[in-house]
Design a protein around this ligand. Sequence first.
Ligand SMILES: Cc1cc2nc3c(=O)[nH]c(=O)nc-3n(C[C@H](O)[C@H](O)[C@H](O)COP(=O)(O)O)c2cc1C
Length: 323
Amino acid sequence: MNLSTVYMSLNLRNPIIVGSCGLTGTAEKVKACADAGAGAVVLKSIFEEQIESELGSMTNESNWYPEAADYINSYGMQNAVSNYLELLEKSRNSTEIPIIPSIHCFGKGNWMEFAKQLENAGASALELNTFILPSDPRRTGRENENTILDIVSDIKSQVSIPVAVKIGSYFSSISAFASELDGCGVDSIVLFNRFFRIDFDIENLEVVNGSMLSTPDETEDILRWVSMISPVTNCDIAATTGIHDGEAVVKQLLAGANAVQICSILYKNGLGVIAEMHGFIADWMRRHNYNSIEDFRERLSQRNSGNPAEFQRVQFMKASVKA
Ligand SMILES: Cc1cc2nc3c(=O)[nH]c(=O)nc-3n(C[C@H](O)[C@H](O)[C@H](O)COP(=O)(O)O)c2cc1C
């Protein structure tokens, strides 16, 4: 069965991408993902702060996000840039599948020059994890959106490889913002970044880490937005968060995704999940007489579903739950 697909003009042998996480943090692990059948790999992100620090241009540590400071304190800042370039080069040499480095960023700066270095080092594309949690009461949503659009426009003007933008879901009008990203020439939107979660320990009255790994029910929200955004933008879409089995992959493709990114389920059940997903998709395509992913991709997006209202508030009128 032909599972190949095109994502950001990259030919993928199948739509399952291992998303940016610890499983893509060394060349050996990247090779293991490729050997397990991944269509592409997004490398573990390098933080904007790491690049800035090495370039000697960032002096105000109070601007750092807490997790960046933790990461940097535990792993050290030195040689982050050269180590990351080495990770990219070694990964590229260990497999034929596309390798997509990722930059975790929240504002414009000198770090942006690094994008060109990644391109020169053979990156197939670049993913920007635009990590702006809209928590600052002095900043409007429009200001946060403009920051992302500025970053993306600048990066797009510096590199010729495709650029994906991974965004969170906290926008007042995600579809309008997706159109604006499209206007900046973004090649793919990754929906959605799963922000680091917090929880409370009510015995010790402490803030603790929330769940690091997703659960399958988290995918429903992604399905809605992929279905609604794919018709309103020319950007490709990679769906991520909560995709734990082949059925969830098929659903995202039907919604209009070009590819999916998975992490949590690989931590839980190992890399063998990728082959299981291939098996499910191939079997499902056979049962439905589809010869290629393009035969059914986007069949259930809001535009093509036959009942666009199904995606909106009217569904509550019909819904009934037995008490
Ligand atoms: C341990 C761990 C580390 C992660 N590190 C990164 C990262 O460096 N950059 C990034 O963009 N996303 C990172 N993510 C988020 C994943 O790429 C992905 O978007 C998220 O986990 C949702 O997908 P999933 O439900 O398949 O896990 C990380 C996730 C996990 C679990």
